[in-house]
Design a protein around this ligand. Structure first.
Ligand code: TXA
Ligand code: MG
Length: 314
């Protein structure tokens, strides 16, 4: 494929992006969590191209992005609880897995499951693109399968340049970790910790059991090794060892750190960029990551770090 076009998120750029999508092409676009690799969720060809561009080994189900809850009701069945969750958290970094309504999505998007993962992103560029395109967009994170997710347009190009038609450059993503995935098919279940703190959802629904399993993961983000930099990663590093690149939680601990103010929201926003920076400095040396508190967005950060540190090829 020819070179990837970098588009500004102005009228001309959004028109061009929508035209590419209408022809079944792929456009990476910013959301508040990470950059998504968007394709028409109704087109088997466009969805197959997403798997091909990412080099995903299997056809895992993808998240369907829509501009609002009305559009979401076209594709998924909402009960009273799902309506309540949507009213509280959409638009925003929460994905719901709901019963599928037979309404024209590609069977590749749902991997032929009777359910669908659906999300209403808050990012103004994602919103503008969805409205211009006028249909649902399947969009996994815009990175080669198993690697660190992109939170800047430059990260997208580093992994997918020449493999996708275009990227809309909307600057750095504010949240920085993928959406929280809430399953509502067999009672509420947490399928992936993410950009909405689990505690905030539990305040509405009560305690959330963790769903899915290692043997038969519902989400590739549930695979043991994922979000992997090239360098090995050592977690909970309280000491400094010779020849390691240290990634601190707050400043003062290391030259590279996740948050200026020791804040979990800021740490989440910086996580994937800092993993890339550490990888660049490491040149094969170990990246030693300081402990991160296991609360709020810390659950999503630690989840991604555990997978970044997991034995490869798992
Ligand atoms: O923040 C995000 O959610 C980003 C941005 C781009 O929106 N998107 C994202 O999409 O992370 P993706 O496709 O990489 O991850 C969504 C996960 C998939 O791994 C998939 O396994 C899971 O949601 N999923 C999709 N449909 C499902 C279903 N019917 N049941 C259970 N899990 C499902
Ligand atoms: Mg991903």
């Amino acid at each position: 494929m020819s070179e990837t076009e970098v588009l500004l998120p102005d009228d001309a750029g959004l028109d061009r992006a929508a035209a590419v999508l209408r022809q079944g092409g792929l456009v990476a676009f910013p959301t508040e969590t990470v950059y998504g690799l968007g394709g028409d969720a109704r087109s088997d060809l466009a969805v197959a191209r997403i798997f091909e561009a990412k080099g995903r080994p299997r056809f895992n189900p993808l998240i369907v992005h829509v501009p609002d809850v009305e559009a979401a009701r076209e594709f998924a069945v909402f009960d009273a609880r799902a309506e309540e969750v949507a009213a509280r958290f959409w638009p925003g970094p929460l994905t719901m897995v709901l019963p599928l309504r037979a309404a024209g999505l590609s069977a590749l998007v749902t991997a032929e499951l009777p359910s669908v993962a659906i999300r209403v992103p808050a990012h103004p560029v994602a919103q503008a693109l969805l409205r211009r395109f006028g249909g649902p967009l399947a969009a996994p994170s815009a990175n080669p399968s198993g690697r660190v997710s992109p939170t800047r347009a430059s990260h997208v190009l580093a992994g997918l340049d020449g493999r996708i038609a275009a990227v809309l450059d909307g600057g750095p993503c504010a949240v920085g970790v993928e959406s929280t995935i809430l399953g509502l098919v067999d009672g509420p279940q947490l399928l992936r910790p993410g950009g909405i703190a689990v505690e905030d959802i539990e305040a509405l629904l009560g305690p959330l059991p963790m769903g899915g399993s290692q043997e038969k993961p519902n989400a590739p983000g549930q695979l043991a090794s994922h979000y992997a930099p090239a360098a090995p990663v050592r977690l909970d590093a309280r000491d400094v060892r010779v020849g390691e690149v240290r990634l601190g939680f707050g400043p003062g601990e290391a030259e590279l750190y996740l948050s200026q103010s020791g804040d979990l929201v800021e740490a989440a926003a910086n996580l994937f960029h800092m993993l890339r920076e550490a990888d660049r400095l490491a040149q094969g040396r170990v990246i030693a990551v300081a402990p991160v508190p296991e609360a709020g967005l810390g659950r999503a950060i630690n989840d991604r770090l555990r997978r970044a540190a997991a034995p490869r090829g798992a």
